[in-house]
Design a protein around this ligand. Structure first.
Ligand SMILES: *Cc1c(COP(=O)(O)O)cnc(C)c1O
Ligand SMILES: [Zn+2]
Length: 415
């Protein structure tokens, strides 16, 4: 039995009801399972023999008709042990879960494979979202694969070039709206409520978050059936931190891990309503009017899943931290140069946040930490100004030797 349950009043909605907010109180919904039934299904299932991917966890997902699955081979991303980075930061074990390895280059693909499959199950012909970039690229790709019409609203002039190119290439109808992300989101919510045939796939859609929780399952399986001590990730609209926490708690509940990680949400200083609420010890989040940061994927002032995020942070005994744009760009460069992982600025904020917390003495040297690198570095070439310029020389050996200070091989030393 799968239900959509209100996180505030507990009102239950049927799995196939097209509804984005609780019909009784208007709060967010979350997918709930009969966990005893799920445990029994797992005993009969061969899930452990499937390759690491979102659909390895099909028994844990709210899709029963697997013939409808829309997949581009998402998930199964690397959990990279980053020894050189760990040394620089001053920890023993740091892993980076590199979500840039997904089909469209971000973790959004985990959510969209489930969300677009659900759209097909519900017989929808059009999907829609508001986006800071990666959501639109991902939805556009999965809609193309499924043969659905895809409409995307993006804030005018504020979206990274690579992401816009992706969404256009996949054939989405893109509307740049004069306003910020929060206004674009309000508009698509209203559009989907007025037009029942238009299916909304922002992260208020609980089916999307079910796909995203697979990231937590994968981390546990990649660590050999153990949860890390701490998970650090960027927070924008706050769906992903909620999804990951749900994933970890489900594995715990089913006896697949015997501990839970502490969740650390990192926000950019200019767009940090959740971190501010946590630091104040407040139960409510005050929106930021004009969010600003180089990390466009988390430039969000009114996070729609704030309540779920506060719950994930509090229940996990976690925390939230802010980082400056300067710290984000420095972390981006450090991760690329130390570990060969080139991630977009929002993703690097998790590394920057970890570094800051170690410096503040808030993380123990012995902890096993997983940072989530949410998206690929090539998506946002505008920040490339920071990487420096290539050198230039004539195409002859002597010029290159002189330029790079390469000394000429000596015959005497060689013999
Ligand atoms: C969407 C996104 C985020 C933020 O995730 P939320 O679920 O909105 O908190 C962070 N980084 C990247 C690269 C993203 O695409
Ligand atoms: Zn309710």
């Amino acid at each position: 039995m799968i239900r959509q349950v209100c996180i505030n009043c507990g009102e239950e909605h049927e799995a196939d009801e097209i509804v984005y907010f609780c019909r009784r109180c208007g709060d967010l919904l979350e997918i709930e399972y009969d966990y005893e039934e799920l445990a029994e299904r797992l005993e009969r299932s061969d899930w452990r023999s499937l390759p690491l991917s979102v659909w390895r966890y099909r028994d844990f997902l709210p899709i029963r008709d697997l013939s409808k699955v829309v997949s581009l081979n998402e998930g199964g991303t690397g959990l990279h042990l980053c020894s050189r980075l760990a040394k620089v930061i001053g920890l023993k074990r740091v892993y980076v879960k590199n979500e840039g390895e997904n089909p469209t280059g971000s973790f959004k693909d985990r959510g969209m494979t489930v969300g677009v499959t659900k759209a097909l199950e519900l017989n929808m012909k059009t999907v829609i979202c508001a986006s800071t970039g990666n959501t639109s690229a991902s939805l556009a790709a999965y809609a193309a694969k499924a043969g659905l019409r895809c409409i995307v609203l993006v804030p005018s002039g504020k979206i990274a070039y690579g992401k816009l190119v992706q969404a256009l290439a996949y054939g989405a109808e893109i509307v740049q709206v004069r306003g910020n992300f929060d206004q674009a989101l309000r508009t698509v919510i209203e559009l989907s409520e007025r037009h029942g045939e238009v299916y909304l796939l922002n992260s208020i859609n609980p089916y999307r978050l079910e796909g995203q929780k697979s990231l937590a399952y994968e981390v546990c399986d990649q660590l050999g059936g153990r949860a890390p001590d701490r998970v650090v990730l960027p927070v924008g609209n706050a769906g992903n931190i909620s999804a990951l926490w749900k994933g970890f708690t489900e594995f715990y509940r089913l006896g697949l891990v015997d501990s839970l990680p502490r969740m650390v949400g990192v926000q950019a200083e200019g767009a940090s309503p959740i971190a501010q609420a946590i630091k104040r010890g407040s139960d409510v989040v005050t929106p930021v009017e004009n969010p600003e940061t180089v990390a466009t994927a988390i430039r969000i002032g009114a996070p729609v899943s704030w309540k779920k995020a506060l719950r994930a942070i509090r229940d996990s005994d976690g925390t939230a931290e802010t980082v400056t744009d300067e710290e984000i760009l420095e972390a981006q460069s450090m991760l690329a140069r130390c570990e060969g992982l080139f991630v977009e600025p929002a993703s690097a904020s998790s590394i920057a946040g970890l570094k800051k917390m170690v410096e503040l003495g808030e993380i123990d040297r012995d902890e096993t930490v997983v940072c989530v690198a949410t998206g690929h570095g090539l998506k946002d070439p505008d920040v490339m100004r920071r990487v420096g310029k290539p050198l230039e020389a004539d195409a002859d050996v002597q010029s290159i030797e002189r330029l790079l200070g390469l000394t000429r091989p000596s015959r005497i030393e060689a013999s």
